[in-house]
Write a protein that binds this ligand. Structure first.
Ligand SMILES: C[S@@+](CC[C@H](N)C(=O)[O-])C[C@H]1O[C@@H](n2cnc3c(N)ncnc32)[C@H](O)[C@@H]1O
Length: 217
């Protein structure tokens, strides 16, 4: 995890109070960015972050000294605008590009691909399409990193559904969850395309049913 002054200085780059609080919370309690950083540690390939939100992963990578070029894509215009302002303030504008676009309209890319907590906001068929597109954007030696809630009969899954209810009705993610994937729904298409898949629980200090799924050739 990142030290408190660094977390604070990243959060202060965002324009609204809510975004700053969100950034502080995510950087303090969610292990997704550190786990992604760990997987990417030995790679210098560019990063495509699909459903990047505010682009917090870029700030985490930058602050921890991992600086391959980074492209973030999100269909929420407010988050992308706030992310651009924050990247400018941090002097990361040459290294980070943030695109306002749907996950179905990705810019050209050949490198590592990251999907942190986006799949379940798409219907089942679109999740399959997005996994296929993500694989097309993966370089020969690239890695696909997915962090997502999985549909499982346990209390963490129910806690995640409650959180998603609040995320939707607070307006933070207005589209709301569409389909919670099972592990097999994610793993099967990746393995069918010849990727090796490793899976581990990744909830850190959150009550949510989150997993890290790492796929490479
Ligand atoms: C829970 S947030 C995760 C943000 C970021 N990946 C992170 O971990 O900090 C999910 C993001 O996916 C984005 N999203 C959902 N559906 C999308 C789509 N069809 N195209 C692009 N972005 C999408 C939302 O706008 C939101 O910012």
């Amino acid at each position: 995890m990142m030290d408190a002054p660094t977390r604070r200085s990243i959060a202060e780059r965002f324009p609204s109070l809510g975004q700053r609080a969100h950034a502080r919370w995510k950087l303090a309690f969610d292990p997704a960015y550190a786990a992604t950083r760990g997987v990417l540690a030995n790679s210098h390939l560019p990063v495509l972050d699909i459903g990047c939100g505010l682009g917090l992963l870029a700030h985490f990578l930058h602050a921890t000294g991992h600086r391959p070029s980074y492209i973030g894509v999100d269909h929420d215009a407010r988050k992308i605008e706030a992310g651009r302002q924050a990247a400018d303030r941090a002097g990361m504008d040459g290294w980070v590009q943030l695109h306002h676009a749907d996950a179905a309209a990705l810019p050209p890319h050949d490198g590592n691909v990251v999907l942190l907590d986006i799949l379940h906001y798409l219907p089942r068929e679109r999740q399959r399409d997005l996994l296929a597109t993500a694989m097309l954007h993966l370089a020969e030696h690239g890695t696909l990193i997915i962090r997502n809630v999985l549909r499982e009969p346990n209390w963490r899954f129910h806690a995640t559904r409650i959180e998603e209810f609040f995320l939707k009705y607070s307006g933070w993610i207005p589209v709301g969850a569409q389909h919670y994937p099972s592990l097999e729904e994610i793993r099967e298409p990746l393995e069918r395309h010849g990727l090796r898949v490793a899976v581990r629980a990744l909830h850190g200090r959150t009550p949510y049913n989150s997993y890290l799924i790492v796929a490479s050739r």
